[in-house]
Write a protein that binds this ligand. Structure first.
Ligand code: GLN
Length: 550
């Protein structure tokens, strides 16, 4: 049966709870334990798929097709454990399940209350898969004291009380603000936060204190005394130059040691951290730098493309170069020459996206890369735009476009796309395809989660993956129409990856170009620092080769 580590936060949000939990997961793995990480989010949205990426960051998709919070991406990147639908839950989901059961009559007409009905539902969720791992790390979103979060805190308190002693550990993250005038780190907000936690019956075992400076011994003792934790369970979390330093730094601070001690585990093997040391060394001592233009739509908020930014970093780690990604809004060169915006980049990446806005700019970016032999990586929408580009400029189908644009065109009183190379395929719906309430596709059917693809022997992608059967995660509504294959292949755009039934184009690549690849799926979701995704490794390598040419 798993031991549970509950991770909560106080004082302010954005302290890096997810990252700390993920780093702790990696440290426990490095000591030979198995882990699973889980996120409980207090918001009332039923799932994060419907939330704006501006507000909430990217939607992370799991193999089993769940649209989840971006923290699950951190968990996967640090531990390599593939997240599942049952690793993420929101208050909205819990309430909606409870209410559905009530409507079905499962509660036999009894009064439905937060305690015990909602808290029981939360505890049932926590127990899923408890026999599979040594440690289950559960992060509670938000900060202690948030109204929506209360049922979660109450549930974890009950959970601890109902299990044999010593099976749950509470870890609380806080902030130690530095007050310049006093020249001191202040412990009072931490004390208040712990007081709040204790008032709902939870005594933290470990405090992780975010701070800009080392915590002086005197302050550490003060925190320990006032918060009723052991001094060596007060862990400093200083700002890091790279998030991938977190496992090493947290280990130096004694986090994994404190956690094992809190469980009363003695004699655990020392962690093997060579792989993390190598990564940090590669990050800090690169052989050079490549510049990648990420031509997208949600460019104001990097969190909207969190996994993508990380996957580029991983590609850099594998090639020992620093990847400088610059985010460019494609709508700025919809009608004009993109040269002033794209000149000087060693690679162009067009990421996933929705809607028509900026599409023409993305097509121009693909033309730019194709004509100049600049490495091009098109992801999901980026593949669709590369196909439209080739159809228009290589095949001569000037009306080539995506059916996705038709709604906007109708609103503007314009004709629909005459040559819909990218189209909605009704009727094929199968496997993990589910109805999503996605903001841009409003209840449309999306292809979500992992699907297999077969790669053409000898293709660039088959060489990169080292296999001809792959599984990758999808999140899109439209598909490239396979009936245009022959025309496009004649111009050098090869369909090198197809769904196993041969009906859906999954990958295109350009023959005779140094590196031009479009994929219908999201490879960034599966890239990890310890296991960089082969396509990001290949793309960054091509960009590195390109940078040596100029
Ligand atoms: N908007 C496109 C579609 O729905 C691409 C989606 C994406 O890039 N994730 O097919």
């Amino acid at each position: 049966m798993a031991r549970y580590i509950f991770v909560t936060g106080g004082v302010v949000s954005s302290l890096g709870k997810g990252l700390t939990a993920a780093a702790l997961g990696a440290l426990l793995q490095a000591r030979g334990y198995s882990v699973r990480l889980r996120k409980l989010d207090p918001y009332l949205n039923v799932d994060p798929g419907t939330m704006s990426p501006f507000e909430h960051g990217e939607v992370f998709v799991t193999d089993d097709g769940a649209e989840t919070d971006l923290d699950l991406g951190h968990y996967e990147r640090f531990t390599g454990v593939a997240a599942r639908r049952t690793d993420s839950v929101s208050s909205g989901r819990i309430y909606s399940d409870v209410l559905e059961r009530e409507r079905r009559g499962d509660y036999l007409g009894r009064t439905i209350q937060v305690i015990p009905h909602v808290t029981d539902a939360i505890k049932d969720f926590l127990r899923i898969g408890e026999d599979e791992v040594d440690f289950m790390l559960c992060e509670i979103g938000g900060t202690v004291g948030d109204i929506e979060g209360l049922p979660f805190f109450e549930a974890i308190r009950q959970f601890d009380n109902e299990r044999p002693r010593g099976e749950c550990v509470f870890m609380h993250l806080t902030l130690l603000p530095y007050v310049k005038a006093a020249g001191e780190l202040k412990t009072k907000p931490t004390q208040h936060s712990v007081k709040e936690l204790r008032s709902i019956g939870i005594q933290p075992d470990i405090l992780v204190c975010r701070s800009e400076y080392e915590i002086p011994e005197k302050e550490r003792e003060k925190i320990a005394r006032f918060c009723n934790v052991r001094p060596d369970a007060v862990i400093a979390a200083l700002d890091l130059a790279s998030i991938y330093e977190a496992p090493l730094k947290m280990h130096e601070e004694g986090l994994d040691h404190a956690v094992l001690e809190a469980f009363g585990i003695t004699g655990a093997p020392a962690p093997k951290l060579d792989a993390w040391q190598d990564i940090v060394d590669r990050i800090h001592n690169p052989d050079g730098e490549v510049r990648i233009a990420v031509v997208g739509k949600y460019t104001q908020l990097e969190d909207a493309y969190k996994s993508l930014a990380e996957a580029l970093t991983h590609g850099g780690i594998a090639n020992r170069v620093r990847v400088r990604a610059e985010w460019i809004d494609s709508s700025i060169f919809e009608k004009e020459n993109p040269a002033p915006h794209l000149d000087g980049f060693n690679g162009i990446l067009v990421p996933g996206g929705f809607g028509e806005r900026g599409a023409e700019g993305k097509i121009r970016a693909a033309t730019w890369a194709r004509e100049r032999g600049i490495p091009y990586f098109g992801i999901c929408l980026g593949m669709q735009m590369a196909v439209v580009e080739a159809a228009r400029n290589c095949v001569g189908l000037t009306g080539a476009g995506s059916e996705e644009w038709n709604e906007d065109r109708a609103e503007r009183g314009e004709d629909p796309v005459s040559e819909p190379l990218v189209y909605f395929m009704p009727g094929w719906v199968q496997g993990n395809a589910t109805v999503s309430g996605d903001r841009d596709n409003k209840g449309a059917t999306m292809r979500l989660g992992a699907f297999e693809a077969s790669l053409r022997e000898g293709s660039l992608v088959a060489d990169a993956y080292g296999t001809t059967t792959i599984s990758e995660r999808h999140r899109h509504r439209f598909e490239v129409d396979i009936s245009y294959r022959e025309q496009l292949e004649k111009t050098g755009l090869t369909f090198s990856g197809l769904s196993p039934d041969g009906r859906l184009p999954e990958i295109v690549e350009r023959h005779g170009h140094p590196w031009f690849v479009g994929v219908q799926f999201h490879p960034e979701l599966k890239s990890k620092p310890l296991e960089p995704h082969p396509l990001f490794v290949g793309f960054v390598k091509a960009a590195k080769d390109q940078s040596r040419l100029v």
